[in-house]
Write a protein that binds this ligand. Structure first.
Ligand code: NDP
Ligand code: GDR
Length: 361
């Protein structure tokens, strides 16, 4: 049997890195689209890199952008993928309030551009399409827990753009018979999660506070409730969704909910730290140190917040036999461990100083 070919947008992101590894392990030829940046932006996939000068590469990167139709058409024509995973997006909810038009263009119309490319190139029967949909679609929740049939009520420019992407995916499936599906994924994290999402911000800051590299952690809404899973478990589901007889949409979640405050406490426990909550109205019992201070900073509040999300993954369990393997405690522990190691490296550099380079040599 010939090797399957996959094209992954957003390959430099958290999910892109885990998915690329999973597909390579399954014997796929993996093509990825990365954006041009002024600094290297491939940290998460450097371990998968293959010298482009060798023959029979099975990991190939292309420059591209979801806002550029001609670029997408050309890459898809060249690659002739069996499967496209559309993971690229301006994925930060708070930032989407600052850049709403760009977010609509990349996250909403970007999805349309890929689907149109499939149609223009006559690949409707060959290429299967996965869209990275999100629990943010539920926004102001209409039903708990949220499942595939729960009505949407998006609460940010990000979620509104993703709502367009969701429906255009459904529409192209129904109108043109493309195997196209939405994974409605609840929050998923890992040690390679972007540093400005709340979980990574917490584990990174607490590790640094423990080693006296930072004094304080500033957060926004501590009462926000999320259903947090591990990215590694969730990308397996993305692949499984494209291996079925019929394209369908699935909710992917753990079915368990914690607050941002719970996450802070769980991370502090891992590091054997106690927390002093300042300006939060909570004085945690047992606080003994003077270092680990958490303060609320209103700059991290959102104009419209999603207060609570809790997914019901029963359909994925029944139809695909999928269940998350990593528990909340294991997730927090892994993230804290990795950020502590990296803080230790920073501490070492701080202690011993940098070796200044003499460029006049
Ligand atoms: P990341 O933010 O880690 O990665 C996003 C990726 O998209 C990066 O590779 C980024 O490139 C790329 N990208 C951004 N804008 C463009 C553009 N205009 N053109 C091409 N590439 C672009 O996100 P995650 O890996 O966490 O998430 C993957 C997808 O899943 C996203 O679509 C996200 O919205 C969605 N999602 C994520 C969830 C989560 O909890 N992680 C939950 C539900 C949905 P660069 O590295 O250059 O910035
Ligand atoms: P979210 O993730 O908005 O759910 O989107 P994020 O980690 O940014 O926020 C989760 C909750 O924590 C609250 N919060 C803070 N958030 C950030 N980033 N920084 C803070 O300092 C802070 N303090 C409190 C937020 O208000 C929010 O309620 C993620 C992204 O990956 C999306 O792309 C994806 O679609 C959804 O998850 C599912």
């Amino acid at each position: 049997m010939s090797q399957k070919v996959a094209l992954v947008t957003g390959i430099t992101g958290q999910d892109g890195a885990y998915l690329a590894e999973l597909l390579l392990n399954k014997g796929y030829i993996v093509h990825g689209i990365k954006r041009r940046a002024s600094l290297f932006n491939t940290d998460r996939i450097d371990h998968l890199y293959q010298d482009p000068h060798i023959e029979h590469q099975n990991f190939i990167l292309h420059y591209g952008d979801l806002t550029d139709s001609t670029n997408l058409i050309r890459i898809i024509q060249q690659v002739q993928p069996d499967e496209i995973y559309n993971l690229a997006a301006m994925s930060h909810v708070a930032v989407s309030f600052e850049t709403p038009e760009y977010t609509a263009n990349a996250d909403g119309i970007g999805t349309l551009r890929i689907l149109e490319a499939i149609r223009i190139l006559g690949l409707e029967k060959k290429t299967r399409f996965y869209q990275a949909s999100t629990s943010e679609l539920y926004g102001l929740v209409q039903e708990t827990p949220q499942k595939e049939t729960t009505p949407f009520y998006p609460r940010s420019p990000y979620a509104v753009a993703k709502m367009y992407a969701y429906w255009i995916t459904v529409n192209y499936r129904e109108a043109y018979g493309i195997y196209a599906c939405n994974g409605i994924l609840f929050n998923h994290e890992s040690p390679i999660r972007g540093e400005t999402f709340v979980t990574r911000k917490i584990t990174r800051a607490l590790a640094r506070i423990k080693l006296n590299l930072q004094d304080c952690l500033y957060l926004g809404n501590l009462d926000s409730l999320r259903d947090w899973g591990h990215a590694k478990d969730y990308v397996e589901m993305q692949w499984l969704m494209l291996q079925q007889d019929q394209a369908e949409d699935f909710v992917i979640a753990t079915g368990k909910q914690y607050s941002v405050r719970d996450f802070v406490n769980a991370a502090a426990k891992e590091l054997d730290m106690s927390i002093r909550w300042e300006g939060t109205g909570v004085d945690e019992k047992g606080y003994s140190g003077d270092k680990c201070i958490v303060q609320v900073d209103p700059r991290y509040f959102r104009p419209t917040e999603v207060d609570t999300l809790l997914g019901d993954p029963s359909k994925a369990k029944q139809k695909l036999g999928w269940e998350p393997k990593v528990t909340f405690e294991e997730l927090v522990s892994e993230m804290v461990r990795e950020d502590y190691k990296s803080a230790q490296r920073d501490e070492l550099i701080k202690k011993h100083g940098y070796q200044a380079m003499d460029y006049n040599e």
